[in-house]
Design a protein around this ligand. Structure first.
Ligand code: SAH
Length: 365
């Protein structure tokens, strides 16, 4: 499995994996077919995981031959698979000759969560994230994003993935159109048919894109807050200088709208001595008092040269207690797959950095 496959960008065939319902319907009409063929194609490709047009028996022979001629169903190729002691599975996927991304499957009692990447590397520079150290190469295409789910389903069986979190490499809201098209496929009854509660997009807080997302989708939202004050957040999540906490939380409120059942998940990484004191917890309670939210504390996952340590178990418990006493629903994320570097903030893939960040970081150290 370690042999490098042909680059995924080597073909000029149309990759049908990347077409959402609207695009697929337009494609069918272009082919002189009725729009309902789009549902059939989506079902074959996504619901049943078929990658060979010859098997699509309810399409005419002529159409099948035409598809075989000019189209393809091409997911990113698995170049490496690692399985953690806790059952978490990480795949390294080749997206083109120079780049690799990572996708993680997390099995739990009664559900299976797939953590999907949206970009090769990341253009943001969150100080505690190893993906950030890799720099940035490019956005993933819709086919490359949904292809991670397609591949997981092929490897694990239909129905194994019950939840998807867009929490892998990259900032999903900076790859808006491709991410939204992939989400459409995740939710489409003729494709993966997941409910909007089972698909979660995690963002560091690109405010205008968040408002745009509210117009086109109702997926669950997670926001990487990580600090209760702008001063600290500027340092940990530098995009905060552009979209400060007050604006971000106002956008979160707009996102959930008037539906009282909806809540935004606030992600908060626990960094020893940095953002984990009782005073920080009390500030967080105040900051979130007007936001329909629940808090997910994430024990920091270390990586070489990060400069941070994870908060002690006691500090996390004390922090959690203060939030709960302040009326916030609070959970602590269980660390999964850290023995294979598959935990939050440990995904690195292989990124041909185009931002010169890796050079800058090397010069600074
Ligand atoms: N760009 C998106 C998705 C990224 S990752 C976002 O910022 O939300 C998902 C979560 O893991 C984010 O909350 C991110 O801040 C967090 N994370 C990053 N590095 C981490 C680390 N080393 N340990 C624990 N969590 C980390």
């Amino acid at each position: 499995m370690n042999a490098a496959p042909a680059p995924a960008d080597a073909s000029d065939r149309l990759n049908l994996l990347g077409l959402d319902r609207k695009a697929m319907a337009a494609f069918c009409v272009e082919q002189g077919e009725k729009p309902f063929r789009a549902s059939q194609l989506l079902q074959w490709i996504h619901q049943r995981g078929i990658g060979d047009f010859g098997e699509m028996t309810n399409l005419s022979k002529v159409l099948r031959a035409r598809l075989e001629d000019s189209c393809e169903i091409r997911p990113p190729e698995i170049v490496h698979e690692q399985i953690s002691a806790d059952g978490t599975c990480k795949w390294v996927l080749q997206t083109d000759a120079q780049n690799r991304i990572e996708t993680v499957f997390i099995p739990e009692e009664g559900r299976g969560t797939l953590c999907v990447s949206s970009q090769v590397g990341c253009a943001l520079e969150c100080s505690f994230c190893s993906t950030a150290r890799q720099g940035f190469n490019r956005n993933l295409s819709t086919a490359e994003i949904i292809g991670q789910l397609w591949v997981a389903q092929r490897e694990l069986g239909i129905g194994a993935v019950t939840n998807v979190v867009l929490m892998g490499m990259g900032e999903p809201l900076l790859n808006f159109n491709n991410v939204v098209a992939a989400i459409d496929l995740m939710l489409d009854d003729h494709a993966y048919g997941l409910s909007k509660r089972r698909v979660t997009l995690s963002t560091s807080g690109i405010v205008p894109a968040l408002d745009k997302l509210a117009e086109v989708s109702e997926v669950s939202l997670a926001v990487s807050l990580h600090a209760p004050t702008d001063e600290l957040r500027d340092e940990l999540v530098p995009i905060n200088r552009k979209y400060p906490i007050r604006e971000l939380l106002a956008a979160c409120k707009r996102y959930v709208g008037r539906d009282h059942r909806r809540k935004v998940t606030i992600e908060y990484v626990m960094l020893d001595g940095v953002n984990d004191t009782p005073a920080h917890a009390r500030q967080l309670v105040r900051v979130l008092s007007q936001v329909p939210s629940k808090v997910n504390l994430i024990p920091f996952n270390p990586f070489p040269g990060s400069g941070y340590r994870c908060s002690s178990r006691e500090a996390i418990q004390r922090f959690s207690d203060i939030l709960q006493a302040g009326g916030l629903i609070t959970t602590t994320r269980k660390t999964r797959g850290d023995d294979i570097d598959a935990a939050c903030g440990q995904l690195v893939g292989q990124v041909r950095d185009r931002t010169r960040r890796t050079i800058r970081l090397a010069a600074a150290s």
